[in-house]
Design a protein around this ligand. Structure first.
Ligand SMILES: [Zn+2]
Length: 166
């Protein structure tokens, strides 16, 4: 019988991390002269709900050795990967520069931001990221991203532990 508890924790966390940064693969669009505002430009389709819905079952299936496809636990993984992928666009929508997020691609190519945008946009590209004021950006991300995300994961972990004991 498959269970998410049989999935190696480290592999799962690693896979979730990869999926959560995957949407930014679209920076490659700049190499091909695809404009930022294009649906296939940066913060376009890879940041959408549809993309998350597509990538989630694919990613969950990587763990087919541990959880049976379409089992309850497989769906748990699908939800986790969906949230990991979508959380990327959500966080981008809280940033203070650049273009908004094409959440509703392919139905609607409008780029959306949240009304409240406390996050600083990281400069595009690895080089400029490192040349830029790395510490400042990391501090900002730590405060607005990792503290809430960490709290959320701790809460989920505690709730799960309680449920398992019940
Ligand atoms: Zn992004």
């Amino acid at each position: 019988m498959g269970s998410t508890s049989q999935v190696p924790r480290f592999a799962l966390i690693l896979a979730l991390s990869v999926v959560s940064v995957l949407p930014d693969i679209d920076v490659l669009a700049f190499q091909f002269d695809i404009p930022y505002s294009d649906p296939f430009g940066h913060r376009g389709f890879t940041h959408s709900i549809a993309f998350a819905a597509l990538i989630a079952p694919l990613s969950a299936s990587v763990f087919a050795r541990y959880v049976k496809l379409f089992d309850r636990d497989w769906f748990v993984l699908v939800v986790l990967f969906f949230l990991a992928s979508l959380s990327h666009g959500m966080l981008d929508a809280f940033t203070d520069a650049g273009h908004g997020i094409a959440f509703f691609w392919p139905l609607d190519n409008t780029r959306y931001f949240f009304p409240w945008r406390p996050l600083e946009t990281s400069p595009i590209g690895i080089t400029s990221f490192f040349i830029g004021n790395v510490l400042h950006i990391l501090k900002n991300e730590f405060l607005w991203v990792w503290v809430p995300v960490g709290s959320l994961f701790t809460a989920i972990h505690l709730i799960r532990k309680r449920l398992l004991q019940a």
